[in-house]
Design a protein around this ligand. Structure first.
Ligand code: HEC
Ligand code: HEC
Length: 163
């Protein structure tokens, strides 16, 4: 009995350490090397570095995804796809009112009902792609934090889920 208890404690400790290790992998160092000799995380990048990262990493990958999905509609994809007038005004703040507001429902019920294809594509491919490109954790339904729909879209009355 005592051994069993000890074993389960050990299992718990190992599982706990594993979770902590995985957790601490974020944010990932996806940017250029900073002054301390380490690659920068997205949050550590300055505005110019962020623009460069968007141009060399985010835009090509997002463009490919949208073009594979609907080649005609997304033949020409640039920064304005997500940022609207951003390139003209210099305002790249996200989430943005330029994109349609979403329902705010955690399980995306209304989105799945009205736009099943878009919602599935975003959930399965765009969100993981963007999270990876930015070195961020994908949105978790449990913590309600991480990169997700509301990192780009606003909710009915403004930003949601810590964005
Ligand atoms: C597929 C959508 C998408 C495209 C295309 C895109 N961006 Fe972004 N951009 C984002 C998202 C999402 C964020 C917010 C990331 C975060 O902080 O979680 C962002 C953030 C930024 C920021 C940081 C804004 C701030 O306040 O810190 C800049 C600057 C930026 N983008 C510039 C660009 C430029 C320049 C291009 C074109 C070369 C571009 N983006 C293309 C989605 C996009
Ligand atoms: C990286 C930014 C980004 C993320 C993350 C994102 N979207 Fe979008 N979303 C867009 C862009 C850009 C458009 C406009 C593209 C277009 O013209 O269809 C859009 C359009 C939409 C539309 C309108 C579709 C239409 O045909 O009018 C819906 C609905 C939508 N997104 C739902 C979602 C859901 C649900 C999620 C999360 C699972 C999500 N989006 C995540 C960028 C994003």
């Amino acid at each position: 009995m005592r051994t069993a208890a000890r074993q389960s404690t050990a299992t718990f400790v190992v599982a706990f350490l594993l979770v902590m290790t995985l957790w601490s992998c974020y944010p990932k160092r996806v940017g250029p090397v900073g002054s301390n000799g380490k690659q920068l995380t997205w949050t550590e990048m300055n505005l110019d570095q962020r623009k460069a990262h968007m141009k060399s990493v985010v835009l090509p990958r997002a463009a490919e995804l949208f073009q594979t999905w609907r080649p005609e509609r997304f033949a020409m994809v640039d920064c304005s796809l997500c940022h609207g007038q951003g390139p003209r005004t210099g305002n790249f703040k996200m989430p943005t009112a330029y994109l349609p507001r979403l329902s705010g429902e955690l399980l995306l019920g209304p989105e799945f009902e009205k736009y099943p294809e878009t919602t599935q594509l975003k959930l399965d491919r765009l969100v993981p792609l963007m999270a990876d490109a930015l070195g961020k954790k994908s949105f978790s339904i449990i913590t309600r934090r991480g990169f997700g729909c509301y990192s780009c879209h606003l909710g009915p009355s403004g930003p949601m889920f810590g964005n």
